[in-house]
Design a protein around this ligand. Structure first.
Ligand code: ADP
Ligand code: ADP
Length: 226
């Protein structure tokens, strides 16, 4: 089945700038997909629309068949989002931030506690569970956002530039973690401006430039053209 379908997506910001000029994109269930493009190409805008953080000007977006406008609640349950900026309270503890996210999805407390432990352990943050977020390193904060995004066990995980500013060693361990959850069936879409990241992680790739998809192919095929 199709995890994500985007049809003729247009976004014009309030200042009149057209950031997306009719984007079409399909991502299949189980895929590990890269949206690759230079800074300013429209990657974050696309992600913002999918998560309903940015209102689109035109077009249709559905997630596992759920329309993000007319079936918002169902669509939202399918998605876990790891934004670029840290958007959690710096004063709450690691554990609280993840457990509270579960409340946002209406999960039972016992399940929330169990999954929080599972994901914090998997991401190497269990020792930091009672630490306020402001005390964490940048890489730890990024892993915290991944744990938080997984709490409702979404079928689609979307990461916006997940390893920007992350050192090489941590980048590799984050890559391994993402490969593992993809192997267990989670569809993953990440945005990146590093070809290397798309190359080592992803199966399929779309290249976006100035608000338009200019290439949509397998990573293997893309590398042959370079
Ligand atoms: P990317 O994630 O690929 O770096 P973005 O989606 O963040 O690109 O931005 C695409 C374009 O839209 C850029 O030219 C950016 O300056 C512009 N843009 C982003 N947000 C706004 C906004 N709120 N108002 C006006 N222009 C914006
Ligand atoms: P509020 O409920 O206060 O309006 P938001 O809807 O912006 O807040 O979301 C609350 C938190 O949940 C934010 O940190 C946001 O980034 C995160 N969030 C929003 N939508 C999703 C989603 N589909 N998956 C994971 N996290 C999300």
């Amino acid at each position: 089945s199709i995890a994500l379908s985007i049809k003729q997506l247009v976004k014009t910001y309030d200042n009149g700038f057209q950031a997306l000029k009719g984007v079409d994109l399909d991502v299949k269930e189980g895929d590990f997909f890269a949206l690759l493009g230079p800074n300013g190409a429209g990657k974050s805008t696309t992600i913002g629309v999918i998560c309903s953080l940015v209102t689109k000007s035109a077009g249709k977006v559905s997630v596992f068949g759920y329309d993000i406008d007319t079936q918002f609640a169902e669509a939202k349950k399918q998605i876990g989002i790891v934004p670029q900026e840290f958007n959690f309270s710096q004063f709450e503890t690691v554990r609280t931030i993840v457990v509270n996210q579960a409340g946002y999805y209406g999960l039972k407390k016992s399940i929330a506690v169990e999954r929080t432990e599972k994901y914090l352990k998997q991401l190497g943050l269990w020792d930091k569970r009672d630490t306020p977020a402001r005390m964490l390193s940048g890489g730890m904060k990024r892993r915290l956002m991944i744990a938080r995004a997984l709490i409702h066990e979404p079928r689609l995980l979307i990461l916006d530039e997940p390893t920007a500013g992350v050192d090489i060693e941590l980048r590799r361990s984050m890559w391994d973690f993402l490969r593992e959850i993809n192997a267990k069936g989670t569809t993953i879409i990440l945005t990146t401006h590093y070809l290397e990241e798309a190359e080592s992680l992803c199966r399929n790739v779309a290249i976006i430039d100035r608000g338009q998809i200019v290439e949509n192919t397998s990573v293997k095929a893309l590398l042959k053209t370079l």
